[in-house]
Design a protein around this ligand. Structure first.
Ligand code: ADP
Ligand code: MG
Length: 409
């Protein structure tokens, strides 16, 4: 790395170095430090795609922890010397390659359409003694310059020193197969004479046991995506693969079984049967499921076994939502889909409901996909998928998700 010489730097360069230091000062966990830096690196180099890869000392593999792109490469990994990432982490030296050359290196996650720019820049995140990972940037209209490479090297050195100083350690993912894979999903609606594209090609993998939050402004297509994954809406184009089975064009029977056995739904409106007790609302679903849990057990999981005999009118909004969570849970679904489950609730009640969602995620290990427009709620997720205008704009890993009780808005 070249020495830091302020005379060689343009204003942009100095500004970014400064911002990296500012952001790192406020970062109190690894994920936070990485995601703050990645945003700056992408914006500062006008790259519309970027990722940070961290070395897992145990396996020797370098794993994508933070991705700023429409493609979900999070969790992808490269062995020592494998692909551009593996090479740079091994050598500790930056490289600029033509996009097609990197594609030929066949590195998982970055050998795909992800590389759209003219060149790809890969810079190690290293102290003088040790390389902890690397930064990969692409999707820029013009080739990366030496100046940008130097700027990124300096920023990444500051990041590496900060990681070392603060004693941040990287806890990697296990090797795992996705439970649900969404590929190239497009949804169009006819609006008058005109076709409106609501989802514009969404790719997403959801892994067993994780809590994924889809975050986005109202109208960006969150519910549409959730409903397609839940088999409640048909997509115009694309694929949904569930546990290796193609559910893109299911028969009526497959669809019914899928909705009944596989998926538990939680909506903003609780949709409880008004003339059935809390217990009966849950039991009603348990009866039609193949392998349900005990309805009282489901009520106990949401902390409402004492209210089993109450009719919905005798319950508060938060309690009704918890009953609807018990109802989703009782059939032992592979995945729970929650669409803005707390949008109709006040803050205190929302936290109680989110705590229940956290509990079933952690203790029951149920896979949960939750949609919200509230960025604070995203902080409790294992991964945050940002949806903007029908496309995924970024996917972030929260290496240390917040407790529901620590969320504030
Ligand atoms: N059945 C439908 N027919 C026409 N347009 C629809 C339909 N469902 C949703 N839309 C439109 O698609 C867009 C995205 O909707 P939605 O997925 O509900 O967004 P979000 O959940 O992010 O608020 C909105 O503009 C909405 O009006
Ligand atoms: Mg919605």
């Amino acid at each position: 790395m070249k020495a830091l010489n302020i005379k060689d730097m343009n204003t942009m360069h100095v500004q970014i170095l400064w911002q990296v230091m500012e952001e790192l000062r406020d970062a109190n966990q690894l994920e936070d430090a990485l995601s703050r830096c990645l945003d700056l690196f992408c914006n500062g180099t006008r790259s519309n795609k970027g990722s940070i890869w961290m070395l897992d000392e145990q396996s020797g593999r370098t794993i994508a922890t933070n991705v700023y792109s429409t493609e979900d490469a999070t969790g992808e990994s490269a062995g020592p010397d494998e692909g551009l990432v593996g090479r740079v982490v091994k050598s500790g030296k930056s490289e600029i390659y033509k996009a097609e050359e990197v594609q030929n290196m066949k590195l998982a996650g970055v050998d795909s359409p992800a590389l759209t720019g003219k060149t790809v820049l890969c810079v190690p995140i290293s102290t003088p003694k040790h390389t902890t990972g690397c930064l990969l940037l692409t999707g820029k209209e013009t080739p990366y310059t030496e100046e940008e490479m130097t700027m990124c090297e300096q920023c990444c050195s500051i990041l590496a020193l900060d990681i070392q100083d603060k004693g941040f350690t990287f806890r990697p993912f296990e090797d795992r197969e996705p439970l649900v894979s969404v590929r190239g999903v497009v949804k169009e609606f006819l609006s008058g004479e005109e076709i409106r594209q609501i989802l514009k090609g969404v790719d997403l993998d959801i892994y067993p046991g994780e809590l994924v939050v889809v975050l986005g402004e109202s109208g960006c297509g969150k519910s549409t995506l959730l409903n397609i994954i839940g088999g409640m809406d048909k997509m115009t184009k694309g694929e949904v693969i569930v546990e290796g089975k193609d559910m893109s064009d299911p028969t009526e029977q497959e669809l019914t079984e899928y909705r009944r056995e596989y998926v538990g739904f939680i909506f903003q409106a609780y949709n409880l049967m008004p003339n059935l007790s809390a217990y009966e609302n849950v039991e009603f679903i348990a009866e039609i499921a193949d392998d349900p849990m005990d309805s009282m057990e489901a009520l106990a999981l949401v902390g409402l076994d004492s209210k089993a005999d109450n009719l919905p009118v005798a319950l508060s909004g938060g309690q009704m939502q918890r009953i609807s969570i018990a109802r989703a849970l009782v059939k032992n679904p592979k995945i729970i889909l929650a669409d803005e489950p707390t949008a109709a609730l006040d803050y205190d009640t929302s936290i109680k409901v989110l705590s229940v969602i956290e509990k079933i995620s952690k203790e029951n290990n149920t896979t949960i996909l939750m949609v919200t427009h509230n960025p604070e709620i995203a902080k409790m997720a294992n991964r945050v998928v940002r949806l903007r205008d029908g496309k995924i704009s970024s996917i972030r890993v929260n290496l240390k998700p917040l407790r529901a009780t620590d969320l504030v808005w």
